[in-house]
Design a protein around this ligand. Structure first.
Ligand code: SF4
Ligand code: SF4
Length: 393
């Protein structure tokens, strides 16, 4: 990973308020200069895989996916350098028994970008898998999309987004899309606790070799991400070879710390990168992570602030987060029913069997109609909020 002369992890922060292609290319190129330039990473003739965030069939203007013009900009840069470019991902969820990845490539505009720029689409659901051995207590082997092992360089191209269950999704979590199609649900089932799931993600990073991370934060998602939030114009591009350092800077911009995001805390503990913002060298247009004024966090992030009060924190572990389907908004597409890893949503009534729900929030994440609301157990939640208020006074 890129370190400066004092062996410090480096994160480039560039200001960019448009998806106008030449400007995005210029910002990325000048950002890459801060890491030694493109020549440090690519040579003519190389095959480069852009691992984008294509969570589902969403348009770029929703900020739920990596913007197609952002991907176009990187593709054009790499093509000009004589590289073969692959654009790949696997979407979450299921419609009529299959993952909607093919549809996602069309709806996002990425299929069109690939056609116009001479890149190839790699639908990870159809490209075959490579078995990798993993050691993390929950999983001993995984099957990851083959292109990630076939490319000469993998560039992770995540989106800057909140996540109602994981708090934040960026460079570290984006790699989950290397698991093809419906297999993703298995890992939610095998590793239902946030910590166990975070160890799965960390293991995936260790099993692969991602050379560079370029985050699309020109538009970010705030509120109830990763799909049901709203667009926030963050006007930032973040670049690093260290996914933990990049995400640590991003969450700092949101007003959070790495310990607020389990996936990042575990990635740090597993030695995947530098998480201490004080030890990260911010370069580019900023020398420190700029605060995103007015950025809305997910509703349940307020619970994080209770973790320092031991007994409250213990009580919180018994609070269930319950997805509830609002039938007035529901269009009965059955995406949630088919995507639930433990099959606890009744197809006819859309009632969730909370006794067996593993709180993965896949249903909330994948509903395209924002029809799923998240609630904590109300009585206990109310008591804890009052208790927290009393402690603060
Ligand atoms: S809640 Fe959303 S995903 Fe589930 S059936 Fe209704 S519209 Fe579809
Ligand atoms: S109901 Fe939703 S949160 Fe519960 S297990 Fe199913 S997909 Fe996960």
């Amino acid at each position: 990973m890129a370190k400066d002369e004092k062996n410090v992890a480096r994160v480039v922060i560039k200001e960019c308020d448009t998806y106008q292609i030449e400007q995005v290319m210029e910002k990325i190129n000048s950002g890459m200069d801060c890491l030694g330039g493109w020549d440090t990473f690519v040579k003519p003739g190389m095959t480069v895989l852009l691992k984008v965030n294509l969570i589902g069939p969403k348009t770029s203007d929703t900020a739920a996916i990596t913007h197609s013009e952002f991907v176009r900009a990187i593709t054009r840069i790499l093509k000009a350098r004589g590289c073969t470019v692959w654009i790949g991902d696997s979407s979450g969820g299921a419609i009529a028994g299959t993952a909607p990845t093919a549809q996602s490539f069309v709806v996002s505009g990425l299929k069109q970008v690939a056609k116009e720029e001479g890149a190839q689409i790699k639908n990870f659901d159809r490209e075959g898998v490579e078995e990798v051995l993993i050691r993390n207590g929950r999983v001993d082997r995984m099957h990851l999309a083959k292109p990630v092992f076939q490319a000469d360089l993998v560039i992770n191209v995540p989106k800057f987004k909140t996540h109602s269950a994981a708090v934040f999704t960026g460079a570290v979590k984006n790699i989950f899309g290397l698991i093809p199609g419906l297999k993703k649900a298995d890992y939610h089932r095998i590793a239902p606790s946030p910590k166990d799931f975070a160890h799965v993600i960390a293991s995936m990073h260790k099993a692969t070799s991602i050379g560079l991370h370029i985050m699309d934060g020109i538009t970010a998602m705030q509120g109830e991400g990763p799909t049901a939030g709203t667009v926030y114009k963050a006007n930032k591009i973040l670049i690093s070879t260290d996914p933990v350092a990049l995400d640590a800077v991003a969450v700092k911009m949101m007003g959070l710390d790495v310990d607020d995001v389990v996936i990042l805390a575990v990635a740090r503990d597993e030695g995947l990168g530098e998480a201490d913002v004080g030890k990260i060298s911010a370069v580019g247009d900023y020398q420190a992570p700029p605060r995103l004024e007015g950025f809305r966090l997910p509703k349940y992030t307020r619970w994080l602030r209770l973790r320092n009060y031991g007994f409250v924190s213990t009580a919180l572990q018994f609070l269930k987060t319950r997805p509830r389907i609002n039938l007035e908004k529901c269009r009965h597409c059955n995406m949630c029913v088919e995507s639930c890893p433990v099959q606890v949503i009744d197809e006819a009534t859309k009632v969730v069997d909370y006794a067996h729900c593993i709180e993965c929030m896949c249903c909330h994440e994948l509903c395209g109609y924002q029809a799923i609301e998240l609630r904590k157990d109300n009585v206990l939640a109310g008591l804890l909020i009052r208790l927290y208020g009393a402690i603060r006074r």
